[in-house]
Design a protein. Structure first.
Length: 303
């Protein structure tokens, strides 16, 4: 009886040993990123109403004959997976995603890590997308965020292969905008003014509007008077000399007899700045009855 028991125990140990061999660690995947690092570019307009998105394709190659599943990981400078990040010196936040158009690419519980299944000897294109999810008004020009992309075995904390550098480059398009409002306020508030009416002409009468300006760079404001700072008879501009009027911007006299311009540094914000423009009539003498007018052309441009 005892011999029989020893024989059964021996066979049972052999079965366990065989089972351990069969369920040992799987061989590492031989999947690699093809090509060098690259750039994801976002052409960003801080004053546009649409979301900015940048896309770039990355090539993966499975060099093994067997199917394989790996993790594709986007890393920051601290080698931590990153699902979203702020572009340095901009306050613009972008969120990263990957859409391959098939079930082969799946998101994981950790943002910045995607699980990918590849057939043997397969080469796959994986798009990486950067979407602006938090807007700001950065200085015009290029701003960059440097990341890394690497392939890992499932659940592995690192890889033995060198990661591919990925630069997220945000180009802030130089922009300057202006509108004319009847009252001070943030950009776009208040009714737009295109006609200033002095009513019945009277000496020393004044009217005021506000130039609302916003820009992400240094801007130039220009003002030109069609009649060189004079109100002329509407239907017969050559039949009456009319009379002069004055303009002041933020309290500074504007010479309307010639082209006038000024460099503007508006706050780097959506609200921008509001500048009062005052128009004032001088002494009104006897003139032919009728309507008198002038046309002021105001332009703002990014430098």
């Amino acid at each position: 009886m005892s011999a029989s028991c020893i024989s059964v125990a021996s066979r049972f140990l052999m079965v366990l040993f065989a089972l351990m061999l069969a369920t040992g660690p799987a061989a590492a995947c031989d999947v690699t990123l093809v090509g060098a690092g690259t750039t994801i570019r976002l052409d960003y307009d801080a004053f546009a109403f649409s979301r900015t998105v940048g896309r770039q394709n990355f090539e993966l190659e499975n060099r093994d004959e067997d199917a394989c599943t790996i993790d594709l990981v986007l890393l920051n400078a601290e080698r931590l997976p990153v699902g979203d990040a702020v572009i340095p010196d901009t306050d613009v936040r972008v969120t990263f995603s990957s859409r391959a158009g098939s079930a082969a690419v799946a998101t994981t519980a950790t943002p910045g890590i995607w699980r990918i299944t590849m057939a043997g000897n397969e080469r796959m294109t994986v798009p990486l997308e950067a979407l602006v999810t938090q807007d700001a008004v950065p200085e015009a020009g290029d701003h960059a965020l440097d990341l890394m992309l690497e392939v890992r075995d499932i659940g592995a904390p690192a890889t033995n292969t060198a990661p591919a550098p990925v630069r997220v480059q945000l180009f802030a398009v130089p922009r300057a905008q202006m509108n004319i409002a009847g009252a001070a306020g943030t950009f776009g508030e208040g009714s737009t003014v295109s006609h200033i009416d002095f009513g019945i002409l009277a000496s020393d009468a004044t009217r005021s509007v506000f130039l609302q300006v916003r820009a992400n760079t240094t801007a130039r404001l220009t003002i030109d008077s069609a009649h060189r700072g004079r109100l002329l008879l509407k239907d017969k501009p050559d039949g009456d000399e009319g009379f002069s009027y004055q303009a002041r911007l933020r309290g500074e006299e504007i010479d309307l007899t010639r082209h006038w311009e000024q460099v503007i540094e508006a706050p780097r914000s959506v609200a921008g700045t509001s500048m009062p423009l005052e128009l004032r009539l001088g002494t009104i003498g006897p003139h032919v009855a009728g309507d008198y007018e002038d046309v002021l052309t105001l332009e703002i441009s990014a430098l």
